[in-house]
Each structure stands twice: as C-alpha cells, then as structure tokens.
Ligand binder design. Structure first.
Ligand SMILES: NC(=O)c1ccc[n+]([C@@H]2O[C@H](COP(=O)([O-])OP(=O)(O)OC[C@H]3O[C@@H](n4cnc5c(N)ncnc54)[C@H](O)[C@@H]3O)[C@@H](O)[C@H]2O)c1
Length: 455
C-alpha cells in the first residue's frame, strides 16, 4: 500500500485522484486543499465541479481509499508520493505581468513540503508549469533540514474538461519525466507502476524532465493553434462564400492533418490555452527567441479577433444598434459538459453586448452560478434564466455560446413564436440546423458560412 497525497482539489486534482483511487484500491489517497469550502463540497453530495461520471465515481471510492481534508501538513507527513495540482494562473502584477505563470501557489506548496516532510518523498508536478520549474522546486526542497531525499517528477495532466473521467480512464498517453540518475529513474518507475494498473504500458511515456514539462505547453499550443487556424479561415469563408464546415471536412480527411479540433466557432476558452500560450511566449522572450514568441502570440490574437468579429457581426446585422435589444446567450460555459466558465468567450461577448446597451439574458444548464460571479462587477441589464425557452422569450436575438446538446434539440418553432421579430440567431458554435431555422423564419448567422435570411 502506498500513501498518496494530492495538494489542490480543483478540476485536475479531484478527478485524477478519484480515478487513481478507483483503479488502485490498495493505495490510500488523500486530497487536500487550502480552501475549506471546496473540501466540504468534495465531502458532500454537491461536488464543487461538474464532470459527467464524476458524482458516481466519487461515491464509489470516497471514504474507502479516497479522503478529502484541509490538513495539508498532516497529509505531507504521512505520504510517500505527493502530487502537486495547484493553480498556476497568469501573473497579473510586476515583472511578466499578463504573460508569465504566477507560481506563488506552487512555491508555497514547495515550502510546505520542505517544512513538514519527515521521510523521503516523490514530488509529482501535475500542474502545468514553465519548463525548468522542477529545478526551482529542487532548489527549495534542498532546504529540507532533515536531509530526506526528495525526487521531483514531471507528470503533466492532459485531461480535457467535459470528458475528464473518460480521458483519465483511457488516456491517449501518460507522460512521466525525470532526471536520468538511477535513483530518479527508480522514483519515476513508482509512478509508472501506479498508472500501469489501468493504462496500457505502451501509452505510458517516460522522458527527460524538461521534455515532459515542455510537452504539456507544446500540446496546448498546438491544440489552440488548430482552433485559431480554422477560425482564421472562417473569416475568409464569410468574405468569399466558401463554407468553413466543408473546408474543414476536406482538410481534416488528410490523414496527416486529422479531423478533430477543426470546428470553427467563437474562439477557445478555458483556464489553460490562453494562459499556457502566454507563458510559452514569455519563456521564448526569456530565452532570446522573439520570433518564436511572436508566432505563438498570434494564436491568442486571432482568438480575440474572432470574438470581436462575432460581436461586430451582430451589431451590423441588427441595423447597427443593439441598444435596448434583448439578446439571449445560449450557454455560458467555455465548452459543453462543464460548469467551468474560466476565460469563456461568453464573458467577453456578454461584456461587449452590455457596452452596446443590449439587455443580456443568460441561460446555461450548469454554469449559471459561475456566470453570475463572472459578471458581478459589470454594469448593465443582465438576467439569468435556467429554462432556455423562458430565457429566449421576448428576445430579439439568440447567440449560441456553448455547444450543449440540449440546444440542438429545442423546439425552435416554439422559441421563434415567443421572440420579437425579426428574430435573429447567431450560431457561434455551428451546431444548429441552419436551413430549418431559416425556414421557420429566423435570420441565421452561422460562423464561416453565408448568412441565411428568411425565405
Ligand atoms: N483545468 C484543466 O482542464 C487542466 C488540464 C490540465 C492541466 N491543468 C493544470 O493543472 C493545474 C490545476 O488546474 P485546475 O484547473 O485544477 O485549478 P483549480 O483552480 O481548479 O484548482 C487548484 C486548487 O489548488 C488549491 N491550492 C492552491 N494553493 C494551494 C496550497 N498551497 N495548498 C493547498 N491547496 C492549494 C486551490 O485552492 C484550488 O482549489 C494548473 O496548473 C492547470 O494549468 C488544468
């Protein structure tokens, strides 16, 4: 039996430890967090995050071999393996503000480990960190007065919110990086042995520690780049009469390119893509590579361009004024099947619509609480309505922000009959049947396709 600790009970720490607990019933896992409310929620029937399949899995393992606690110090003392899964947001002050990763939570954790460790530990970096962070971690760990050996291993998490449980149970790969010394490789092997309980051995990659840290930033940069690439083509499609879905299908059938992550929309969101690319940009500048930095910076810039383009398109098509018009946002989460709204395109779009004096009505099956918090400081007319039919009633326009399945299956005739006319539908995710909507009477504005006015 191994005693495993995870520091940070967020979107990564919670689900990843639930899966380890389920797959390794002989290990004892404790998840700690400095936020007592979050730990209380993990212990309750109302978990702090929504992920399909998570509630059921928690019920199976909680208080069996998975425990939630606020006692970080005790957890450190008792454990042999410590996953560090704290947040590493973009720094918003001082040197590197707006780009560099803010490592204050992560450094605090390293110091807590040093102060409380009474036996050798394997420290696993699960948070996404700048390359070479393990070196800084080792510097801090060296201060350990008891002379206990600590090994830092990099094991970045590749899960995607909305499919986290499936991603954790059937990962494309698990990456474990370490130094090359015999001792370090032994420590790395302990982690390999844990994952090998359910992950096929050929999917567990081992590498040098810097490659592992950098591979996570590279993966997110490539994924975000694909979205910005197809979105840049969506703008060109709208100018030329091409259809971005047809372009994407033709491009994606090239086996060298592949079909996934080629859906044009209002841009990427989530807590990771923008932050990790900006962090990459900062690193490139730090290492004297301004050309590489500029290359990746454009991926973020195109994402901003796409959101602004969407809003300008709404203004233009609605007679150049949104003042007093009611606009219903279908979805607020940054993607379907999550309640997470961090960096959701819906936040900046809602803000821009309010600047235009529109009345914004927001509906979302899981993200209304977060939406309320995100917009708490913003002035203007905002309503939050759970039922999409009630939300759209009396509105001039609907704008689809999130690709939730429920929005595909609404009775759009009923919705249409309750809206002010002309009724507009801006499909920011291209998930609806545009021809059918046009036939009902909507003016339909998809992304990267010609607009469809009522027949
Ligand atoms: N969210 C994702 O989809 C995702 C995917 C892969 C990797 N990551 C990376 O994983 C890391 C965690 O992301 P997240 O989304 O889970 O963040 P999160 O904000 O949901 O969770 C982080 C948790 O760490 C806790 N914490 C911070 N400092 C602490 C300390 N000193 N002691 C105890 N608890 C502490 C916070 O209270 C918070 O609950 C980030 O580096 C992120 O980039 C996230």
């Amino acid at each position: 039996m191994k005693r495993i600790l995870c520091i940070g009970a967020g979107y990564v720490g919670g689900p990843s430890m639930v899966v380890i607990a389920e797959k390794c019933p002989h290990h004892r896992i404790t998840v700690v967090d400095c936020n007592p409310d979050k730990i209380a929620q993990w212990r309750s029937d109302s978990l702090p995050i929504y992920e399909p399949g998570l509630d059921e899995a928690v019920k199976r393992v909680r208080d069996r071999n998975l425990f939630f606690s606020i006692d970080v110090e005790k957890g450190i003392k008792e454990s042999e393996i410590i996953f560090v899964s704290v947040n590493t947001p973009t720094k918003n002050f001082g040197v590197g503000s707006g780009q560099a990763a803010d490592l204050q939570y992560w450094e605090k954790t390293a110091r807590q480990i040093v102060e409380n460790a009474e036996s050798p530990k394997i420290i696993v970096e699960k948070s996404t960190v700048p390359v070479k962070t393990a070196q800084a971690m080792e510097e801090i760990l060296k201060m350990n007065q008891n002379g206990k050996k600590m090994h830092v291993i990099s094991n970045p998490e590749f899960l995607a919110e909305g499919t986290a449980m499936n991603d954790l149970e059937h990962p494309d790969r698990v990456l474990i990086g370490s130094h090359e010394s015999e001792e370090a490789i032994r420590a790395r092997q302990e982690l390999v042995d844990i994952y090998a309980h359910w992950v096929p051995r050929e999917r567990i990659l081992t590498s040098n520690i810097w490659s592992s840290e950098l591979a996570k930033l590279a993966s997110n940069a490539f994924l975000a780049q694909r979205i910005s690439s197809i979105n840049s083509f969506s703008a060109l499609c709208e100018k030329t009469g091409a259809d971005v879905t047809e372009v994407a299908r033709a491009v994606g059938m090239d086996s060298r390119i592949g079909a996934r992550f080629l859906a044009a929309g209002i841009g990427f969101g989530g807590s990771c893509f923008k932050k990790d690319i900006l962090n990459l940009v900062y690193l490139c500048h730090h290492y004297g590579l301004p050309d590489v930095a500029r290359y990746w910076e454009e991926v973020v810039r195109i994402n901003e361009f796409q959101k602004e383009r969407f809003v300008l398109n709404m203004i233009q098509s609605m007679f150049n004024t949104l003042s007093g018009k009611r606009i219903c946002l279908f979805g607020f989460a940054f993607k379907a099947n999550t309640g997470d709204t961090r960096e959701s395109p819906a936040i900046s779009i809602a803000r821009r619509l309010l600047e235009e004096n529109a009345h914004v009505v927001i509906t979302d099956p899981k993200a209304l609480k977060n939406a309320r918090d995100d917009l708490a400081e913003i002035k203007g007319a905002i309503d939050f309505v759970e039922d999409p039919y009630a939300a759209a009633c009396g509105c001039d326009a609907i704008a689809v922000m999130t690709e939730w399945e429920i929005y595909r299956n609404l009775d759009y005739e009923e919705v249409f009959s309750s809206m002010r006319k002309p009724a507009y539908l801006f499909d920011g995710r291209n998930i609806l049947d545009h021809r059918e909507l046009q036939e009902i009477g909507y003016s339909v504005y998809p992304i990267g396709k010609p607009p469809m006015v009522p027949l």
